[in-house]
Design a protein around this ligand. Structure first.
Ligand SMILES: Cc1cc2nc3c(=O)[nH]c(=O)nc-3n(C[C@H](O)[C@H](O)[C@H](O)COP(=O)(O)OP(=O)(O)OC[C@H]3O[C@@H](n4cnc5c(N)ncnc54)[C@H](O)[C@@H]3O)c2cc1C
Length: 393
């Protein structure tokens, strides 16, 4: 009997792992199992092109339809794995079917964190299926309350505004995108939203969210109320660790993995948003939660499964598109870091680099992708900062 590698999760980490296994010459069976009913697609499009209605679903597929047969990868959408038995090396599907594995990759990603309101007017956004409900709520003339000024909250606010909705964005902290950009850049993003007619309120903690008013009403800590036809809760994600936990695999926020993507169970690996690893630049376990990290993790985990050497972890980086403006970010920015800015933030043409002890640790750029790439290389190298080092145009 030939060897079998089972991958749970059809997001970018799982799909890239399956593809890499074949590229690396693995000739055994590959089973790719995903709970979502659709062919694998680019998740970042959910809050952008798909919600805006500017791309049909076929345009955001991760792979062409024929890719799976061409590469002899058995893709099973609408298939939920409900249990893993690490002693017997089996997974059980929602249908009751038992499948054995030689190696198992858990790429189960994350779920949107939510508040239990019981209202059909309150949404979260993570999958293609979530798009339709939110789209009809924000169709022209509609109104939307967005709770949470992180990446997804800001993107949905921008997309909904583009669809003609009246949008109110409520952020509990003092600044938008605070987890990924420094305060000075948050202000640029805030100004962008204001310019496009989004009402942004920072430092507002929602005490209650319930049906009422125009449809749904948020009552915030100081007693003010904000009302709209629908609400989106965008307050972060929780890793989908249920399978791993039930199987007795070590979990701390995400599924704990070493630098070879190995979990605490023999033959079981994890990658992508669900995995918690210790990046050599950080020295703490954390989840990357960006597209590129999930993609490179998926490829590296596949090589690790085959016992091949894996490249050192990349400096995580991501991007966001809001109101037609694209921004890239890399590394780890902390509010206490020294900040160096080249260019003109007000003109949305700049590179901001966060320095710690004179060395770059994080960077954010608008309209300067090449400088951002150069800054990423410097973060990786850990070299002291010199402006000339990134002036590439
Ligand atoms: C709306 C949105 C917009 C984003 N935009 C950006 C962006 O602009 N830039 C950026 O860098 N990043 C962005 N991200 C983050 C990026 O998309 C994620 O980091 C990346 O998709 C994670 O990939 P993954 O494969 O690890 O997990 P996921 O994409 O979460 O995929 C995991 C899959 O596993 C499945 N699964 C879970 N449990 C089971 C089970 N028991 N059985 C079978 N299947 C299971 C899930 O259904 C899911 O399909 C965005 C994320 C979202 C939600």
């Amino acid at each position: 009997m030939s060897a079998r590698i089972v991958i749970v999760g059809t997001g970018v980490a799982g799909v890239t792992a399956a593809q890499t296994l074949r590229r690396e010459g693995y000739a055994g069976e590959i089973l790719l199992l995903g709970a979502e009913p659709d062919l694998p697609y680019r998740r970042p499009a959910v809050s952008k092109e798909l919600l805006a209605g500017t791309a049909v679903f076929d345009r955001v597929l991760l792979k062409p339809v024929k890719f799976w047969a061409d590469n002899a990868i058995e893709l099973r959408p609408a298939t939920r794995v409900v249990a893993v038995d690490t002693d017997r090396s089996t997974v059980r599907l929602h249908t009751g079917e038992l499948l054995g594995y030689d190696s198992l990759l858990l790429a189960t990603g994350a779920r949107a964190r939510t508040l239990e309101t019981g209202s059909a007017r309150v949404h979260t956004l993570r999958t293609r299926a979530d798009v339709t409900a939110l789209q009809s709520a924000v169709d022209a003339g509609g109104s939307l309350l967005v709770l949470g000024g992180g990446l997804i909250g800001c993107e949905v606010a921008a997309t909904a505004r583009g669809l003609g909705a009246r949008v109110t964005l409520l952020e509990a902290g003092p600044a938008l995108l605070a987890r990924i950009v420094p305060a000075a850049v948050s202000e640029v993003v805030h100004a962008l939203h204001r310019e496009h007619g989004v009402l942004v309120e920072n430092d507002v903690r929602t005490a209650e969210l319930a049906e009422g008013g125009e449809g749904v009403t948020a009552t915030v800590a100081d007693g003010r109320t904000f009302s709209a036809a629908a609400a989106l809760i965008a307050v972060g994600s929780v890793p989908d660790t249920a399978l791993a936990e039930a199987a007795g695999i070590a979990v701390r926020d995400g599924i704990v993995v070493d630098q070879h993507y190995r979990t605490s169970a023999p033959g079981v690996f994890a990658a992508g948003d669900v995995a918690s690893s210790c990046h050599p630049h950080r020295g703490v376990f954390e989840r990357a939660q960006h597209w590129n990290a999930a993609l490179s993790d998926g490829a590296a985990a596949a090589r690790a499964i085959l016992g091949r050497p894996t490249a050192p972890a990349e400096i995580p980086w991501g991007w966001t598109d809001q109101h037609g403006v694209s921004m890239q970010f890399a590394g780890w920015v902390h509010p206490h870091d020294e900040l160096i800015v080249e260019g003109d933030p007000a003109a949305r043409d700049f590179l901001a680099v966060a320095l710690r002890d004179g060395r770059p640790v994080g960077a954010v750029a608008m309209a300067r992708p090449r400088e951002l790439r150069a800054a990423r290389a410097l973060i990786a190298a850990g070299e002291p900062w010199s402006t000339e080092l990134v002036r590439v145009r």
